[in-house]
Design a protein around this ligand. Sequence first.
Ligand SMILES: C[S@@+](CC[C@H](N)C(=O)[O-])C[C@H]1O[C@@H](n2cnc3c(N)ncnc32)[C@H](O)[C@@H]1O
Length: 135
Amino acid sequence: MEGAYYKTKETAEEYIRLAKDVSGKQLIEKLKQVLPPDSVLLEIGSGPGTDWKILNDTYHTIGSDNSIAFLNHLKKENPKGKFLKLDASTLKTDKKFDGIYSNKVLHHLTDIELTESIKRQYKILNSNGIICHSF
Ligand SMILES: C[S@@+](CC[C@H](N)C(=O)[O-])C[C@H]1O[C@@H](n2cnc3c(N)ncnc32)[C@H](O)[C@@H]1O
């Protein structure tokens, strides 16, 4: 699985360095046109947390990742933030969300996993919810 690259502390730190000047700001501006402020939003694959911080300025954003290395980083950098250990393909949570967002994450899934993920996202999305993903 390609996503395995992000599982160690060293590779997570390498990605954090490489992606330090990159964010999904433009995509988030588009999301803001359709998802009202203060909505409850799930971010899948938060990684370094750059987008989580931008999203959390407008939304009640629950970050997530399936990498413990990234989750440790996210919790350390944002002690008041909410983060879940979730795999994008199964999204095992009993919470529901007004929006679901990811940036550069879902291409790590196989076609079957992606299908499962989208079905699961539909189940954990409130009615009239919005999903927003970049690949
Ligand atoms: C290219 S990084 C993108 C990180 C962040 N979204 C960004 O824009 O910088 C991919 C992220 O997806 C996470 N990831 C990969 N496969 C995953 C999966 N199956 N479930 C949850 N997260 C996954 C990785 O741990 C990593 O944080």
